[in-house]
Design a protein around this ligand. Structure first.
Ligand code: BGC
Length: 614
């Protein structure tokens, strides 16, 4: 049984969200300390530092560097595919080659291999891509979200990788931010239970199950609360408006909006947490001891380890890389994502220890935390199979997995407006005229973090576009005609304008203006001119400013970034399923003078929780 939005809000409200209250301690990792400490006692300083080092495989100079620098981890960032091709076999070979090399080293400490499996194992061609988090937030269905994450873990284990940089627990407060779609909601009370669901789905019933992967809650903390104009420098004297900026809030408000949602995931045993690139009141999170050590580890009782964001240490204000490293490790960072500069990191951290700039006790704490997680995952047991799992390989991209994604798509659709019962469309309507740049574009409906870091328009992976799905759903006598610009609608029974955004990720998605593009408005106008009812389907990573079409269209469906299974959208359009999604963000109106929630100039068009049905 799915939870209704009202029940969902009640449920999420019931999660203890007072970030002041120390969580009841659930010990997922400290029980492994005896083993972790025994191993730690035998490790040299070099070996300890190696455990704390995470290069991107793309920049690994030699396979033997795994042993030479005693590496504890590798990652594939958003564009770090195997050189041999982007397919399951190549990914499996890539992962297994590195893991086998680590296992052949003197110490035989396996690698954690991290990947941004944020809406499915989305770097791999052929993997199922679920709706991006903003859509999942509108389902209000934690059980379903858990199922999606379980499948993500299976599709990761299909090639062997064991660490997902997910769930993203950000609470975006300004939808002009390029990472808005990575957030489930603007409201921590909605985010919290979904973070638990993803943690459970990824990590399974037990972390040492071969089909479990470890999760990573990110970006701690306040990544979604940055203030306009404070974003990261572009290098040309300008700044991105929001991404990696500064969240300027007093501690009580910061705790409520940006920390509270982490507590339930910590209680559910999330193994790793990624500190944010952004700052809190001018201090980079990666450098903030109060935040990382006092609040997160000591007070909230986080027992896992912290992994820095990609090259994040290099943004800490300091004289040089060596000082940046000392500041961050002393603040509580345990493992460092140093995509390229892993040799420098290794050398400089060693120097810092030799010069007493980083105490040995801090190194030991960091490595104990990393080893704890590895022991909890069963990785240290020589009997554990650390390679790809054949049953998972078989199920990769399967019809069953796609069916779950399709259900998630259905439940994520939010019907914003529906006059004169325009929707659902009859399957046997004489002629349906479809237009818009997102109608027949798998890349657009998947968004960023799909195959490539930024995502890309076009047929980038396997799946069903919304148009292809509509064609499957109609009766034999029904005609569908498609014109990207919507022209030629005369004589059609109904027009469907499938419009919105093209893919982006992170800073590249920061926008000054969120109005629909002129070409999108033109699609609606071309259809309207034909004198037919028009439905707008908005494919986007956030609410858009839709006033230019609001009165011209008869129905509006917010589709978000539904992923590879366009059938789920078509199921709603034709009424095979009734819409049940509810807005997990407020939808602002175009005459707002600010889009930062809570600003006096923010005006609401549709309230959070809004969503019609048939
Ligand atoms: C992003 C993280 C991501 C990391 C690794 C960074 O640019 O901020 O969300 O996990 O890259 O790809």
């Amino acid at each position: 049984m799915r939870t209704t939005r009202r029940e969902f809000f009640a449920l999420s409200g019931a999660v203890a969200l007072s970030a002041d209250a120390a969580p009841a301690k659930a010990h997922f990792f400290t029980p492994f300390d005896p083993q972790a400490r025994t191993l730690l006692a035998t490790l040299s300083l070099d070996e300890k530092i190696g455990q704390m080092t995470q290069p991107d495989q793309l920049f690994l100079q030699s396979l033997d560097d795994i042993e030479k620098y005693h590496l504890g981890s590798l990652l594939s960032g958003g564009d770090s595919d195997p050189k041999t091709g982007n397919d399951l076999v190549s990914w499996t070979e890539l992962y297994e080659r590195y893991q086998k090399r680590a296992l052949a080293a003197k110490r035989r400490i396996p690698l954690l291999y991290g990947i941004d499996a944020v809406h499915g194992n989305n770097n791999l061609i052929g993997a199922v891509c679920f709706p991006q988090n903003i859509g999942l937030g509108c389902t209000g269905n934690a059980k379903l979200v858990e199922q999606c994450a379980r499948i993500t873990a299976l599709e990761m284990k299909a090639c062997g990788v064991n660490w997902a940089f997910s769930p993203c627990l950000t609470a975006p407060q300004d939808i002009r931010w390029g990472r808005t779609y990575e957030g489930y909601s603007q409201d921590p009370a909605v985010i919290a239970p979904l973070g638990v669901a993803v943690t459970r789905g990824l990590q399974g019933k037990s972390l040492n199950d071969p089909l479990s992967v470890v999760g990573c809650a990110k970006h701690f903390a306040g990544d979604g609360g940055t203030f306009w104009g404070t974003g990261q420098p572009k290098g040309n004297g300008e700044r991105y408006p929001l991404d990696q900026g500064d969240t300027r809030l007093d501690e009580a408000t910061f705790r409520k909006l940006h920390l509270s949602q982490y507590i339930p995931s910590i209680r559910a045993g999330v193994g790793t947490i990624m500190p944010s690139y952004s700052s809190w009141n001018g201090i980079k999170c990666s450098a903030n001891k109060r935040l990382l050590t006092e609040i997160l580890k000591d007070e909230m009782g986080f027992e896992g380890f912290l992994i820095s964001d990609y090259g994040a240490l290099q943004q800490i204000p300091a004289a040089n890389f060596k000082e940046q490293i000392a500041i961050s490790i002393n603040a509580g960072m345990d493992m460092v994502m140093v995509p390229e500069k892993y040799v420098d990191f290794f050398t400089l951290l060693k120097e810092n220890v030799a010069e007493n700039k980083v105490p040995m006790a801090r190194i030991d704490d960091a490595v104990t935390r990393i080893l704890r997680v590895k022991f909890a995952m069963g990785m240290m047991d020589p009997k554990t199979d650390l390679m790809s799992i054949p049953s998972a390989t078989k199920a990769f991209g399967s019809a069953q997995h796609r069916e779950v994604a399709r259900q998630a798509v259905r439940e994520s659709q939010v019907l914003l407006k529906n006059e004169k019962k325009t929707l659902p469309i009859s399957r046997s309507a004489a002629r349906i005229h479809v237009g818009g740049k997102c109608a027949d574009d798998l890349g657009n409906q998947c968004g960023g973090w799909t195959i490539t870091w930024q995502g890309q328009s076009g047929e980038t992976t396997k799946g069903t576009t919304i148009l292809a799905a509509m064609k499957k759903a109609i009766s034999p006598s029904t005609q569908i005609r498609f014109a990207k610009d919507g022209a030629g609608a005369e004589g059609a029974t109904i027009g469907v304008a499938i419009i919105g955004e093209t893919p982006y990720a992170e800073s590249a998605g920061d926008r000054v203006d969120l109005h629909l593009a002129p070409e999108d408005v033109a699609v609606v106008q071309n259809m309207k001119r034909a004198g037919i009812p028009v439905v707008a389907v908005i494919v986007s990573g956030r609410p858009m400013l839709i006033e230019p079409i609001l009165d011209k269209v008869d129905a509006i469906l917010a589709s978000w970034l539904p992923g590879t299974e366009g059938d789920g959208v078509s199921d709603i359009l034709f009424g095979a399923f009734k819409p049940s999604g509810k807005l997990s963000f407020t939808w602002p109106s175009g005459d707002s003078t600010s889009l930062h929630i809570g600003d006096p100039g923010y005006k609401t068009l549709f309230a959070m929780g809004h969503g019609l049905t048939y």
